[in-house]
Design a protein around this ligand. Structure first.
Ligand code: ADP
Ligand code: MG
Length: 444
């Protein structure tokens, strides 16, 4: 939605004319309407009763006004805003003006839900400090680490806490990929001016996920990101970035952007050690209302090595089976639930096995895949094999390089990234990889 503030102002003006001053001040001056993603709004109301009454009687009017202005009605969420509670003298407080905007935060990723252990205490404290005093302590804060270790979670947690402590600030969470897409769209639609104003002048806190995505992307995107970064940085706005690798390892990144990324604090988030894994399992079990005895938490934690997302996956599986069987979570049940998940994934999938399946899927010779030959028909299968080893077996780039007869790890990185990118576009490739995952019993 373009120029959201203006749009809302126009819409509210119309409604005021339509329903009259009295009803308007009772119902529309006590809410706050905020953009909540593409063609979606969140309406914040002071309490539950107000929300119910409003939905029934005034939401239709609001939606109609939207349709009249922009010809579609947005998706709507009605949320209760703490602190908006009616004080008895509402007309004195123009509530909707005080609130900053806050875009795209994932609700469950808060500091409260984040378990701190040795592996992540440094990134955690840095994030916490940044949320307390945005723009003042570390700028930018750059958090990097492997898949599923909690980067996106921390980034959102910063947003939530900042929102709580500094409700007047404008906050946005966005992936580097969405940033690029919005940018390209703005070029296409000739709305660069709006785009620039939005990103360079609106936000006090810019949370950008997965900046490694900028690597190798169009110069113009990096260029735009660089200027956005500078504009905000010069205004002392807080910038937080995450990536799967440190700035120096992002290839094809303009040097000046790399040096900006390194300007503040760079912290690594590491895979959790056993105790942290157990603590995370217990926390998640609590969130999903699963009663999980200690010894079972240990049993699972000892068997899942790669990342936190998988701990969560395991837990959900256990919950499903326990519900299905209507039985409490016992060790027997866990073994059954995780059969195939732990044993076959963790222990039995070898890179050799991946290569075998890949060679069958693409109908190429296994020996060719591993050889140093460079002809074209095997380039793609080889890259897919590398991608699977990296993403689902958790092998490191150098390990994979070694496996393929001593290829340089940068070649491996390049291959993995290529497939990562193509897979979002190429349906044929998606299907091949999905089938391979099924064959290899990889469940994600
Ligand atoms: P990343 O962005 O690093 O790939 P995510 O932030 O998406 O990882 O985390 C993957 C999942 O693991 C999420 O559901 C997240 O809530 C959970 N998670 C990761 N680290 C922790 C932690 N320390 N405490 C609680 N949950 C965690
Ligand atoms: Mg992430």
């Amino acid at each position: 939605m373009e120029n959201f503030e203006n749009l809302i102002e126009r819409i509210l003006e119309k409604i005021r004319e339509e329903i009259g001053e009295n009803a308007f001040s009772t119902w529309f001056e006590k809410i706050s309407i905020r953009e909540d993603g593409e063609n979606a709004i969140a309406v914040y109301v002071p309490n539950k009763f107000f929300g119910e009454w409003f939905s029934k009687n005034y939401l239709p009017i609001l939606l109609k006004a939207f349709r009249d202005e922009v010809s579609t009605s947005p998706d709507v969420k009605i949320l209760i805003e703490e602190g908006l509670e009616d004080t008895g003298e509402p007309e004195k407080v123009p509530l909707k003006k005080k609130q900053g905007i806050c875009l795209n935060l994932i609700p469950k990723y808060t500091f409260e839900n984040f378990v701190v252990g040795k592996s992540n205490e440094f990134p955690y404290s840095a994030s916490f400090a940044v949320a307390n005093d945005p723009g003042k302590v570390y700028n930018p804060l750059y958090i990097y680490g492997g898949v599923g270790l909690g980067k996106t979670h921390l980034l959102n947690a910063i947003g939530h806490r900042t929102r709580k402590l500094h409700p007047d600030l404008n906050i946005i969470y966005i992936s580097a990929e969405s940033f690029m897409n919005e940018f390209l769209k703005a070029i296409r639609m000739n709305t660069m001016e709006h785009f620039r104003k939005r990103y360079r002048q609106t936000f006090d806190v810019l949370l950008v996920d997965d900046v490694q995505f900028l690597s190798g992307n169009k110069e113009s995107t990096q260029e735009e990101f660089f200027h956005t970064f500078n504009a905000l940085f010069n205004l002392n706005k807080q910038i937080v970035l995450t990536s799967d690798r440190p700035p120096k390892d992002i290839e094809q990144l303009q040097e000046r952007l790399r040096s900006r990324f390194e300007m503040g604090l760079v912290v690594e988030i590491k895979p959790p050690e056993l105790e942290t894994k157990v603590a995370i399992l217990k926390k998640k079990a609590e969130l999903y209302s699963i009663s999980l005895p200690n010894e079972i938490a240990f049993y699972i934690a000892e068997r899942i090595h790669s990342n936190v997302r998988e701990l969560e996956g395991a837990l959900l599986r256990i919950k499903a089976i326990s519900a299905l069987k209507n039985s409490p979570v016992t060790l027997e049940l866990v073994k059954e639930a995780l059969h195939g998940f732990i044993e076959e994934r963790g222990a039995k999938i070898s890179p050799e096995r991946v290569l075998k399946e890949v060679s069958e899927a693409f109908k190429v010779k296994l020996s060719d895949l591993r050889s140093r030959r460079r002809f074209k028909q095997i380039a793609l299968p080889r890259q897919v094999a590398m991608f699977i080893m990296r993403t689902y077996l958790g092998m490191s780039y150098p390990e994979i390089g070694l496996f393929f007869g001593g290829k340089d790890h940068t070649t491996v990185i390049h291959s993995v990234r290529k497939i990562e990118k193509e897979i979002t576009k190429d349906i044929y490739l998606q299907e091949i990889v999905e089938n391979l995952k099924k064959k290899l019993l990889i469940e994600m």
